[in-house]
Design a protein around this ligand. Structure first.
Ligand code: NAD
Length: 496
């Protein structure tokens, strides 16, 4: 294997978690193994936190919040610290990228570009918001004695302690999507990474301290969702939960936050349609649709996992996609010659294979890929395409796979494909591929999706609101929308 030397990453494998600026073990002493999905070998052990540890992390975040060291710091200084953190990510890019690839399995180039590069970009963008959080002044109509005047204004204030719970598909980037706006607004944070991929989040906590964040402003607890994650959700001193993960867990967290009247934002699952109209160049459409499903091994919430191709070019596009899928080289993300890494864990690998078996059982026609193990070790799944020429009602059309598995269905009219596209419980992303901009915009007007792309897919930006319709979530991240998430509005009325 043409692997890259690992000079630094293995030095930063952690066995402790990060609370109040210090490395600590779980009080119970329990640990969780962390794996390398390319080999199935144990990479490290991290604390298996329980409610006692979560309580310590929340107490530290509460103490730092109340101490005013962060929320009352002049915004320009908060901005400078977040900018310094972005610089530190880039200065430590090799280490962070290697660590991510070892732990998550993704290609090293994507760890560099997306996990480190985009995280630095997001931090810089959100740092700028620290100095731009505004209130308003308002005219009131209160009945007052003639000699009394009234002045009213609003102020956006931090919500307090934010509990951030994230998934494993973009471990460092998802952490930054949460902590950057939360910290920019003056909150303190307890971050719980996914049990599969805690390593870069732990290093992020350490780098944040080095950047000048006060101890306790960012705590990173490792542990299982139903124990540590649940303790964070239930904790009475956590004022807001920012969650990204599955719709199933999102429902549990949303219900718990509703019960406790706790602010919550939910970025959940998807089953995003990719619609190829009849005028498309078949090769461009095939390349675009392949990238939409196979990027990050299909482990993307907005993965274009339902492909709808106009019947006039259906067979042509499908044939070209088959060629692309069969040319993808599988292997460890550290191997320079590889184009797709493994699924993140043994459990997720089994889930994805089950979805492929469901496709076969439901009568979808296998075009390429399948459930056979392509390599003797690791959790690799072949890029898999199913055809649904007879437009059957099959589970692959409705259930999120979160892997490199595509179902391609022909359509004959725009009305038909719109109905199909909107038939999902999800509504995260959608893309339309055509040179007919009028047709594209008319479809975009009707698609039930938080983001609609035209002639592209999976493009996100810190200035662009991101989130889902329907069962894909509640709330929007990024841009000005993020500031609303992480602040409360206080109204002030002065009689004089
Ligand atoms: P998951 O829901 O299983 O876990 C996500 C996080 O929630 C993990 O940190 C986990 O430990 C924690 N968790 C699990 N049960 C919990 C509970 N009862 N209480 C509190 N926390 C709990 O999701 P996953 O398998 O890690 O990630 C894949 C899912 O995430 C997919 O459905 C994908 O679509 C979704 N996702 C959505 C977005 C988005 O922005 N919409 C982005 C990435 C991933």
């Amino acid at each position: 294997m043409n692997t890259i030397e690992l000079p630094v990453a293995t030095n930063s494998l952690r066995t402790r978690m990060f609370i109040n600026g210090s490395w600590v073990a779980a009080k119970s002493g329990a640990q969780l193994p962390v794996y390398n999905p390319a080999t199935g070998e144990v990479l490290a052990h991290v604390p298996d936190a329980d409610a006692n540890d979560v309580n310590d992390a929340v107490s530290s975040a509460v103490h730092t919040f109340k101490s005013e060291a962060w929320r009352r710091m002049p915004p320009v200084k908060r901005e400078a610290i977040l900018l310094r953190l972005a610089d530190l990510l880039e200065e430590n890019a090799n280490e962070l990228a290697e660590l991510e690839t070892l732990n998550n399995g993704k290609l090293l180039i994507y760890s560099r570009m997306v996990e480190v590069g985009a995280s630095a970009q997001w931090l810089r963008y959100m740092a700028g918001w620290a100095t731009k959080i505004n209130g308003t002044t308002l005219d009131l109509s209160l009945p007052m004695p003639p000699q009394v005047r009234v002045r009213a204004s609003t102020q956006r204030v931090p919500v307090g302690v934010v509990g951030a719970i994230i998934p494993w598909n973009f471990p460092l980037l998802m952490a930054v999507w949460k902590i950057a706006p939360a910290l920019a607004c003056g909150n303190t944070v307890v971050l719980k990474p996914a049990e599969e991929t805690p390593l870069t989040a732990l290093r992020l906590g350490e780098l944040a301290l080095e950047a000048g964040l006060p101890p306790g402003a960012l705590n990173v607890i490792t542990g299982r969702g139903e124990i540590a994650g649940n303790a964070l959700v239930q904790h009475p001193q956590v004022n807001k939960i920012a969650f990204t993960g599955s719709t199933e867990v999102g429902r549990i967290i949303g219900a718990a936050c509703g019960q406790n009247l706790k602010a919550v934002s939910l970025e959940l699952g998807g089953k995003s349609p990719v619609i190829v109209l009849s005028d498309c160049d078949p090769q461009q459409a095939a390349e675009g649709a392949a990238a939409a499903i196979f990027f990050n091994h299909g482990q993307v919430c907005t993965a274009g996992s339902r492909l709808y191709i106009h019947e006039s070019i259906y067979e042509d596009v499908l044939e070209r996609m088959k060629d692309i899928a069969e040319s993808i080289v599988l292997g460890a993300g550290l191997d320079k010659d590889v184009q797709m890494g493994p699924m993140v864990s043994a459990k997720h690998y089994e889930n994805v294979l089950q979805h492929i078996r469901n496709g076969l059982d439901d009568g979808a026609e296998l075009v390429c890929g399948g459930a056979e193990r392509p390599l003797p070790h690791g959790y690799f799944v072949k890029p898999t395409i199913f055809a649904n020429r007879n437009k059957k009602d099959i589970r692959l059309l409705t259930q999120e796979v979160f892997g490199p598995v595509l179902i391609a269905t022909p359509f004959s009219s725009v009305e038909e494909v719109l109905d199909e596209a909107n038939s999902s419980i999800y509504g995260l992303g959608a893309s339309v591929w055509t040179n007919n901009m009028s047709a594209a915009l008319r479809l975009a007007d009707e698609l039930e999706a938080g983001t609609v792309w035209i002639n592209t897919h999976n493009m996100v930006d810190p200035n662009l609101p991101f989130g889902g319709f329907k069962a894909s979530g509640v709330g929007r991240e990024h841009g000005a929308a993020a500031v609303e998430h992480y602040t409360e509005t206080r109204s002030l009325v002065i009689a004089y």
